[in-house]
Design a protein. Structure first.
Length: 69
């Protein structure tokens, strides 16, 4: 059986950068309905990272946004 191609590390790194940008939204006026949609998108992006064997890193002392699980 052919193995599925995993998402590349570079793509996962870009996705992680997008997740980190969501943190900047809390200071802006966003409707509760839009906030629900945005949270759903963020959860989906984090799931892609998780499903590829990584986890988000929120420690600012570590440069890389994703860490191998």
């Amino acid at each position: 059986m052919k193995k599925e191609i995993e998402t590349t590390f570079q793509a996962l790194t870009i996705i992680a950068e997008m997740v980190m940008k969501f943190g900047q939204l809390y200071i802006l006026d966003i409707s509760s309905e839009d906030w629900k949609h945005l949270q759903s998108v963020r959860n989906g992006l984090e799931k892609v990272i998780h499903d590829n064997g990584y986890r988000m890193n929120y420690d600012k002392n570590i440069k890389q946004n994703i860490i191998k699980r």
